[in-house]
Design a protein around this ligand. Structure first.
Ligand SMILES: [Zn+2]
Length: 232
């Protein structure tokens, strides 16, 4: 069945209705903040559909098809959502078959994480809309995942209790999955540099020079490690 939210349409199994309504409310509550960050208007006529996929098996099949992976490709067990025009997102009812499995006493935290991850995927959609409107083409992982982690408030990235123990190659590399590092780098960037400069980095990878990345990395590392030390 479908549910027509203000910023997204949900497509899901009827048995999940109450939970999905709760998620839809959460997306609607956070979407304006995301659009405001990017300084663009939501286009309700082209709002994305969020497909809630009942099982990890089915999710993996869809992932491989849409992301052009070989049939033999093994989708990692932590991958539970992706954005590609629409959002495809695994139902929390099948988290048991992923690396996000949780025990019943941790359900509240799991639900909170689930909703934030949904907003993370939504940020990718809005970022893509921003890229189109502004002719931007920088798809560096630290920037696109960083803005999604930051704006969705994932992984406690808005707290000051994170050590920053990432090598520079991890923080800026395209290969790893150092989401916390990307989120913390982006947080430092957006809270300490002018917005126009942040947007210029979105524009083209060339605007993020090696010397700038060196500077950002050094400053962010120093900042987070000093704050984390103070707290201990
Ligand atoms: Zn992402």
């Amino acid at each position: 069945m479908t549910l027509d939210g203000w910023y997204a349409t949900f497509d899901f199994d009827e048995r999940e209705k109450d939970f999905v309504m709760d998620c839809a409310l959460f997306v609607d509550q956070n979407a304006k903040f995301v659009y405001d960050f990017f300084g663009i208007e939501s286009n309700r006529r082209e709002k994305p559909t969020i497909h809630i996929i009942p099982t990890k098996d089915e999710f993996d099949r869809i992932y491989k098809k849409i992301c052009n992976k070989e049939a033999s490709y093994n989708v990692p067990s932590w991958v539970i959502g992706f954005a590609s025009g629409d959002i495809y997102y695994l139902s929390i009812n099948d988290y048991k078959n992923t690396s996000h499995a949780f025990s019943p006493d941790k359900k509240k935290e799991a639900v909170c994480y689930y909703k934030k991850t949904l907003v993370h995927e939504f940020v990718h959609i809005v970022h893509e809309q921003f890229n189109k409107e502004h002719g931007c083409c920088n798809r560096s992982k630290w920037l696109s995942e960083g803005v999604a982690v930051y704006l969705s408030g994932q992984h406690g990235v808005l707290n000051n209790d994170n050590d920053f123990n990432y090598a520079k190659e991890e923080a800026f590399g395209q290969q790893g999955n150092h989401y916390m590092a990307y989120g913390l780098l982006f947080r430092y960037l957006t809270e300490n540099y002018p917005k126009a400069f942040v947007f210029s980095l979105f524009e083209s990878a060339q605007n993020a020079s090696e010397s700038f990345k060196e500077e950002l990395y050094g400053k962010a590392k120093k900042y987070y490690n000093s704050v984390a030390k103070e707290k201990k």
